[in-house]
Design a protein around this ligand. Structure first.
Ligand code: AMP
Length: 596
């Protein structure tokens, strides 16, 4: 078995030694820590409505828990969550008061899922953050000798009917005292001032963060964003705004489009005229060639700190292009529901990234996953879930969590494969998120959502006596921001009256309007997703697609049109049959308020 019991180290400093020792303790004793965590969660929540309903009777042991508490999805918990959102303050899921809702990028009925959290959870999450640099310091020396250029943003927040805040987890974290009053740490010095990170306007925030990154370019030792898509958006932003940015640097006067008073005040301290730097930026940016732009402008960058596992793997070639192949460090695996763990070898290749779950974060169980034989869950015959310490190398599992905030045996929807062990703790490769067809940034669109969009758009074709015969989709990330492409084969009954270009453009918008709120927010507020595109293909194209699949061994009886494609020969076939191209003419509707 692939067990790594070599202690992590030697630490770069005393603080790091404590963090590394903590990781050793968690991974050596993962089973006993898990037992303790479960007992703690169950005893403090013994009187909650949820645990009483399943007659746990105050038991805190694994056997009682596993035999009585069902494995659930968000839909099962929705009625409880809705009551909390509506103001019921009784202990429904958690004995500790729910302090806010974290809005997941996973959706339910088109809206972000609401994940209840409790105040003390920030300490647990902060603890996980505090482990990242000590591990990184084992692999990259001297990170205390410079700064990190990180593009970090807050997003819109909403209030539930009872006044509880609902916002993405990182927005909650950046606005918390934990972040704002963090003690000075030489390993965690950022170029972005907090005022810029906390500025709600995404243009002003990005502009200021980029400007500071340019001003301090020689001090930058690492660059990052949460996801790869975010870092590429920053590069695109530089492509669009370098003239104004260099003008600001030349004159020492901040672009008047940045109006946020606290940002302006802070920038007055930072921005000083520097014509040499301005000339340098013009020289690097004015050409067509943006190959290695990151290392040209920020020559001391040692690595890019971005998640490129899962759906983000599609951005690796573009990141390599802009950075000349700098190492891509995937440091952490986390979600709104719970933070899970970290990568103990952050400088490994993206294809080799494995995350080690920290046993103190929650209680983790695993549903064996075999795509050929999916487990049917029913309350009458509970499935056999496996504990963290009992997983098998090479097997795939779906992650099921029980959290301090009151989620019990909740299916996160992530499929993980065990790649080895560090001490007795398994390490996981992130395989995929279940049911995600298309993703550009934080958006996750499933097949049913896309189908609904196609149906809505098809309504617009009725007056032209036209139907969509077949369709498939593609997440096009060649240009940043990426966008969804839908390939349509149409049956036009009256060739004298085909759907007009304008109507087909409107069809793009109709699809977008039907997609979930994370997608629409990406389109409207974050500009992280470009307008949806429909490519109408020649009649007979989807039959050719089938012929191609069959020629490669697909069974004629079982062939189904793939609803999402990315395989190059298929893309070539589809693109060579395109007869017209249409884009969404406007942004879809989106507002921070929830529909349900
Ligand atoms: P959210 O609910 O919006 O916080 O998103 C959490 C989800 O993002 C996780 O359940 C994963 O599907 C995905 N995710 C988080 N971290 C990673 C990672 N390091 N690699 C791949 N996917 C990740």
């Amino acid at each position: 078995m692939a067990v790594d019991s070599t202690p992590l180290g030697p630490p770069a400093c005393e603080n790091d030694a404590k963090a590394l020792q903590f990781i050793e303790d968690m991974t050596r004793n993962c089973d006993s820590v898990q037992e303790k965590v479960l007992a703690e969660i169950l005893s403090r929540n013994a009187q909650t409505e949820y645990l009483r309903e399943f007659k746990l009777g105050g038991a805190t042991d694994r056997d009682s828990f596993k035999s009585k508490i069902p494995v659930v999805t968000y839909e099962d918990l929705h009625p409880y969550i809705q009551r909390i959102a509506n103001g019921d303050r009784s202990p429904i899921l958690s004995s500790h008061p729910i302090s806010e809702f974290l809005t997941s990028s996973g959706t339910s009925a088109g809206e972000r899922k609401l994940m209840p959290t409790i105040h003390e959870e920030w300490d647990r999450r902060q603890k996980l953050y505090s482990l990242l640099m000590p591990v990184m310091n084992l692999h990259v020396p001297d990170l205390d000798k410079g700064k990190g250029l990180y593009f970090l943003f807050i997003k819109a927040e909403a209030k539930t009917p009872s006044g509880l805040v609902a916002r993405p987890v990182l927005t909650g974290y950046y606005k918390s005292d934990k972040f704002k009053n963090r003690p000075y740490d030489p390993y965690l010095v950022y170029t972005s001032p907090d005022e810029a990170i906390l500025c709600a306007d995404s243009f002003q925030s990005m502009y200021t963060q980029m400007l500071c990154g340019l001003l301090m370019r020689e001090e930058v030792l690492r660059m990052g964003a949460v996801f790869a898509s975010g870092l590429l958006r920053a590069i695109r932003f530089l492509q669009l705004n370098w003239k104004q940015l260099s003008e600001d640097i030349k004159t020492g006067v901040l672009n008047p489009k940045v109006t946020d008073p606290s940002v302006r005040k802070r920038m007055a301290e930072i921005l000083k005229p520097n014509s040499d730097l301005a000339d340098f930026i013009v020289k690097e940016c004015e050409g067509e060639n943006w190959d290695r732009i990151i290392t040209r402008i920020w020559p001391n960058t040692k690595y890019l700190d971005v998640i490129v596992t899962g759906a983000m793997a599609q951005y690796i070639p573009t990141l390599d292009y802009y950075s000349g192949g700098l190492p891509l460090a995937c440091t952490m695996y986390a979600s709104s529901e719970c933070y899970f763990g970290l990568n103990l070898k952050p400088m490994c290749k993206p294809s080799e990234v494995s995350y080690t779950i920290m046993a103190n974060m929650g209680y983790f169980e695993f549903l064996p996953h075999d795509p050929a034989n999916p487990v049917q869950l029913s309350r009458d015959s509970p499935p056999k879930l496996v504990d963290l310490a009992d997983l098998k190398v090479g097997k795939e599992y779906e992650l099921v969590i029980t959290t301090y905030a009151g989620l019990c045996r909740y299916r996160v929807g992530d499929i993980l494969r065990v790649t080895g062990f560090h001490n007795s703790a398994p390490q996981f490769k992130f395989i995929r998120r279940k049911n995600v067809l298309l993703s550009i940034d934080a958006d996750k669109t499933d097949e049913a959502e896309l189908q609904k969009g196609i149906e809505n758009a098809s309504e617009l074709l009725r007056e032209f006596d036209t139907r969509v015969v077949e369709y498939t989709s593609y997440a096009d990330t060649k240009i940043i921001p990426g966008h969804y492409v839908i390939y349509w084969e149409l049956l036009v009954k009256d060739p004298a009256n085909p759907p007009t270009h304008e109507v087909l453009n409107q069809c793009c918008l109709a699809i977008e309007e039907a997609l979930n709120s994370v997608y629409r927010q990406g389109r409207v507020a974050d500009n992280s997703i470009g307008p949806l595109e429909i490519r109408v293909v020649k009649n007979g194209t989807f039959e050719e697609l089938m012929d191609y699949a069959i020629s490669r061994g697909a069974s004629i009886n079982q062939y189904k049109v793939p609803r999402c494609v990315s395989f190059a020969p298929i893309m070539e076939l589809l693109d060579s049959r395109v007869v017209s191209v249409h884009y969404s003419p406007a942004a879809p509707h989106w507002a921070p308020e929830r529909r349900r």
